[in-house]
Design a protein around this ligand. Structure first.
Ligand code: K7E
Ligand code: CUA
Ligand code: CA
Length: 642
C-alpha cells in the first residue's frame, strides 16, 4: 500500500470515528477539542498506520501451550469492582483477583473479622464502605525496579489507599485520606530525596482531583472559589498519612522521579472550575511539581497548619506562597489545556504530560525543574523541552527503553509511537525531525497503556497492553453491557503488531507489567502470622463467657476437627478456623446455611467470623472449596439450642 493511500484511509477512518463520537455520550469532550484546536484534523509527520492484522509469527506469542507459564505478571486495577487483578502476560489470562475495598464472595472478604478490620467498620461492626473505584496501581521500587514487596491501589470514591502484600497477594492495609475527595493519581517514590542509602520506596504520593471546602463540614458550601484540593504523602510501611500540600487547581495523575527529589501531578483544572466549561476556560493548565525534601523540611520546622479534626501537617503549596524559587515547595509548569496522564521516562530524564483536550504531548526535563528550584533558571517553562502534536485525545504514555514513547489517543482510537529525542529536536526548530514513528488502530477509545517494565529503569520494549474503554463489536454480544478490551501489542520491532484482544470485566484503568522473576510469592501461609491460629486440633472446642461463645475448629482434608458444636439461641458466636493442611493448593471453605456465612481458608491460614445465633435448629456447616474426594462429606453440625 502506498504511503498516500495509507494516509487517506486513515483519515477516512478517523472521520468515521469522529462522527460516532459526536453522536455518542462524548459530545462534550469532542466539542471541547474542536473549540480549542486550530487544526484538529492534522497530526504532523505521521509515517502511516500499521496494519491491524497480526503478523503470523507474533500472534503465536500470546498462545501458550497447555502447562506453559507466562513470562510477565500484570497488575491491573479493577475499577469499580474495587479489586486488583493479576494477569499473566503475554497470554492475557486473568489468574487472580485480590479484593481490597469491596466485599468478595469467593474468599469471604468483608465477612471475616480479619478482612473487616482491614476494610474499616462502623461502631456497630458493619462495613464502613462497600463501594469503591480503583484506577491506579503501582508497586514498590528498589534501585529503579520493582522489588516485589508491595503494590498500592486507590479508591477514588472514598479517597482510600490500599496496600497489597506481593508475597501472599492479599490486601493488608487500607488508609482513608483526610480532607480530600476524588483521590485519583497514586505513585510510590523510588528513592529518598536526601539519603542516598534509601534507594527504595518509603513514601506513596496521592493526588486528589476534586476541590472541597476545608474543612468540609458545612461551611463555604456556596463559595466554590474557596474549595481546595491537596496532594498527600502516605508512609509506605506504616500506611499513616505523613503530610499534605494545599495547592491551587487540582491533582490528577501522579509521577515520581528516579532520584526521589520530585513528584508531580498533572492539573486540568487550574481554573478551580465547578462546571466542565469553567474547567476548560484556560488555554493552558499545569504540571505541578513538588520538591519533596523542602516539603519535609517545612514539616520538620513546624511550618504547617492542620485542617478540621485531622492532625496531618498541611504545608502551603499555593502559587502565591511559592513565587521565590529558592524557597518554593512547588513549581507550576504550564502545559496545554486539560492534560491527562503524567509519566516518567525510564531514562529518568523526563516527565511527559498527555494533552487530552490538546493534541499534544509535553516533555518536561526534570534537571531543568531542579535548576529552577536552585535559582539557576529563571523561566520555569524553559523546562518544557518539547510540546509536539501527536493526535487527538492523548491520555497516557508508556516507554520501550529505546527512546520511544507510546501514547494512547482516545479520540483517534490509536496508539502513536513517537521518538522523544526527535520530538525535542523538532521543538527546538529542526522541522525535518520525524518524531512520529508509527500509528496503530486499537479497538476502541484507549485509556491507559503500559509496556513491559515501562515504569522502571529496566524497560524492555517487548509487550504493550492497551486498555480500550469500548469494545463494541470485538466480542460476542452479551446484552447492553460490553466488556472492555485489553489489547496486547508486540513492540519489539519498528512497527507495532496487534497480537490479541481480551475481554475484561469492567472497568480496569491502569496496570503495570513486569518480569515474573521479580516476584517470589509464597503458596502456604506462616501459621504464626495469625494471632488466633489454632495450632493443634486438640485445642478445638467451644468456650463460653456469658453470652459470648468462641468456637475453635481446624480443617484437615476431609474433615473439620469438630464433628458438631452446640451454642444457645441469642449467643454471640465467634468461630475461628485454622486450616492445618500445609499442602500447596489445599484450600477449604466454611459455609453456615441461613447465617450468611461463607469464607475460605488457605493452607495454614486462620480466619474468624462473628454472628448472633438467632435461629435455633441444626445447620450443616460444610466445606465450599473442592479439596478432596470426600469434599462433599466434609461437614460439621452447628446445633443452636432454643
Ligand atoms: Cu486515565 Cu482514572 Cu488513569 Cu482511567 S484515568 S483511563
Ligand atoms: Cu474441604 Cu472441600
Ligand atoms: Ca483547564
Amino acid at each position: 500500500m502506498s504511503q498516500k493511500k495509507d494516509d487517506m484511509s486513515t483519515e477516512a477512518v478517523g472521520l468515521g470515528r469522529r462522527r460516532f463520537l459526536n453522536t455518542a455520550a462524548l459530545t462534550g469532550l469532542t466539542l471541547g477539542v474542536a473549540a480549542c484546536n486550530d487544526k484538529p484534523e492534522t497530526a504532523p509527520a505521521a509515517s502511516g498506520t500499521s496494519a491491524a492484522a497480526p503478523a503470523a509469527h507474533a500472534s503465536s506469542a500470546t498462545h501458550l501451550k497447555p502447562g506453559e507459564l507466562d513470562t510477565y505478571y500484570g497488575i491491573w486495577s479493577g475499577g469499580h469492582t474495587g479489586d486488583m487483578r493479576i494477569l499473566g502476560l503475554p497470554s492475557g489470562r486473568e489468574i487472580h483477583r485480590i479484593p481490597c475495598f469491596v466485599p468478595d464472595a469467593l474468599v469471604g472478604w468483608g465477612l471475616t473479622n480479619e478482612s473487616k478490620a482491614v476494610m474499616g467498620t462502623k461502631p456497630d461492626g458493619s462495613l464502613r464502605y462497600t463501594v469503591a473505584d480503583t484506577h491506579h496501581t503501582h508497586a514498590s521500587y528498589k534501585d529503579g525496579n520493582y522489588d516485589g514487596r508491595y503494590a498500592w491501589i486507590n479508591d477514588k470514591i472514598n479517597s482510600r489507599i490500599a496496600r497489597v502484600r506481593l508475597d501472599y497477594f492479599v490486601c493488608d492495609k487500607i488508609t482513608e485520606l483526610p480532607n480530600v475527595q476524588g483521590f485519583h493519581g497514586i505513585f510510590p517514590d523510588k528513592a529518598d530525596p536526601v539519603d542516598p542509602a534509601i534507594n527504595y520506596t518509603t513514601r506513596v504520593f496521592c493526588g486528589a482531583e476534586f476541590a472541597i471546602p476545608l474543612p468540609n463540614n458545612g461551611g463555604d458550601i456556596n463559595n466554590p472559589e474557596k474549595y481546595r484540593s491537596m496532594f498527600t504523602c502516605v508512609d509506605a510501611e506504616s500506611m499513616e498519612v505523613r503530610w499534605q500540600v494545599l495547592i491551587d487547581g487540582n491533582c490528577d495523575l501522579t509521577a515520581t522521579s528516579y532520584d526521589g527529589k520530585l513528584a508531580a501531578t498533572n492539573q486540568y483544572n487550574i481554573e478551580n472550575g465547578v462546571h466542565y466549561e469553567d474547567m476548560m476556560s484556560s488555554e493552558r493548565d499545569a504540571c505541578l511539581f513538588f520538591n519533596i525534601a523542602r516539603i519535609e523540611e517545612a514539616v520538620k520546622a513546624g511550618k504547617f497548619t492542620t485542617v478540621g479534626t485531622s492532625k496531618v501537617p498541611v504545608v502551603d503549596g499555593t502559587r502565591d506562597s511559592n513565587k521565590d524559587p529558592k524557597t518554593a515547595l512547588t513549581a507550576y509548569v504550564s502545559v496545554p489545556k486539560n492534560p491527562h496522564g503524567v509519566n516518567a521516562s525510564p531514562d529518568a530524564k523526563y516527565f511527559i504530560c498527555a494533552g487530552k483536550l490538546s493534541p499534544t504531548a509535553t516533555v518536561i526535563e526534570l534537571s531543568k525543574v531542579l535548576d529552577w528550584f536552585d535559582g539557576k533558571m529563571e523561566d520555569l517553562d524553559k523546562a518544557i523541552v518539547a510540546e509536539v502534536e501527536i493526535g487527538l485525545g492523548p491520555l497516557h504514555t508508556a516507554f520501550d527503553g529505546r527512546g520511544n514513547a507510546y501514547t494512547t489517543l482516545f479520540l483517534d482510537s490509536q496508539v502513536v509511537k513517537w521518538n522523544v529525542d526527535a520530538a525535542i529536536k523538532f521543538h527546538a526548530g529542526d522541522k525535518t525531525a520525524k518524531y512520529v514513528v508509527d500509528r496503530l488502530d486499537v479497538h476502541y477509545q484507549p485509556g491507559h497503556i503500559n509496556a513491559s517494565q515501562s515504569e522502571t529503569r529496566a524497560a524492555d520494549g517487548k509487550y504493550l497492553a492497551v486498555g480500550c474503554k469500548f469494545s463494541k463489536d470485538r466480542f460476542l454480544p452479551v446484552g447492553p453491557l460490553h466488556p472492555e478490551n485489553e489489547q496486547i501489542i508486540d513492540i519489539s520491532g519498528d512497527k507495532m503488531v496487534l497480537l490479541a484482544d481480551h475481554p475484561v470485566r469492567g472497568e480496569p484503568h491502569d496496570f503495570i507489567i513486569f518480569k515474573r522473576d521479580l516476584l517470589k510469592p509464597k503458596q502456604v501461609y506462616d501459621i504464626d502470622d495469625f494471632p488466633l491460629a489454632i495450632k493443634d486440633p486438640k485445642e478445638s472446642g467451644v468456650t463460653r463467657n456469658g453470652k459470648k461463645v468462641t468456637v475453635k475448629i481446624t480443617s484437615q482434608a476431609p474433615a473439620f476437627s469438630l464433628r458438631e458444636f452446640t451454642v444457645k439461641k441469642g449467643d454471640e458466636v465467634t468461630l475461628i478456623l485454622t486450616n492445618l493442611d500445609k499442602i500447596e493448593d489445599l484450600t477449604h471453605g466454611f459455609a453456615i446455611p441461613k447465617y450468611n456465612v461463607n469464607f475460605i481458608v488457605n493452607p495454614l491460614e486462620t480466619k474468624s467470623v462473628t454472628f448472633i445465633a438467632d435461629q435455633p435448629g441444626v445447620f450443616w456447616c460444610y466445606c465450599t472449596h473442592f479439596c478432596h474426594a470426600l469434599h462433599l462429606e466434609m461437614r460439621t453440625r452447628m446445633i443452636v439450642e432454643a
